[in-house]
Design a protein around this ligand. Structure first.
Ligand SMILES: [Zn+2]
Length: 144
């Protein structure tokens, strides 16, 4: 069994995704600090969630490609309800748009940011939270 990363035992409970051959690139890219998506080799379109072919040109020639990890906050909500026992509230649930492609969006949590400071349009960047071999892409404000 894998040893827990330092500090991992102190992290609050999270529901983790099931890793499949189709989504492994996305959930494990954080091991190399990379946010990865399927990308069409023909037209360059990033595909998320993963699909067997490109929705724009229908090509089946897909590859896995890393993006910069930069994004902007498209919309967000502050959750105060303790839906998940042991997961501290309040927290920010956000939809972020990845810099490389309009419409390439992730639902995520914003971290390292006071809740009152969150704004639509705010520049953020990915930071991964490691859990049992899964690297959750969370986002934090870009500072400086
Ligand atoms: Zn394509």
């Amino acid at each position: 069994m894998r040893e827990k990363a330092r500090g991992e035992a102190d992290q609050p409970f999270r529901i983790l995704p099931r890793i499949t051959p189709e989504n492994e690139h996305f959930w494990t890219g954080g091991a190399e600090d990379e946010l990865r998506f399927k990308r069409c080799r023909s037209c360059g379109y990033y595909i998320h969630p993963p699909a067997p072919r490109c929705p724009t040109c229908l090509s089946k020639e897909l590859e896995v490609a890393a993006v910069s990890g930069r994004a902007t906050v498209l919309t967000y909500t502050v959750n105060h309800q303790p839906w998940i026992p042991g997961f501290p509230t309040p927290y920010v649930v956000a939809i972020v748009e990845i810099e490389e492609q309009p419409g390439l969006r992730l639902m995520t949590n914003l971290v390292n940011c006071p809740i009152d400071a969150v704004r639509i349009g705010m520049p953020v960047r990915v930071r991964f939270e490691a859990r049992d071999g899964v690297y959750l892409p969370l986002f934090e404000p870009v500072t400086g």
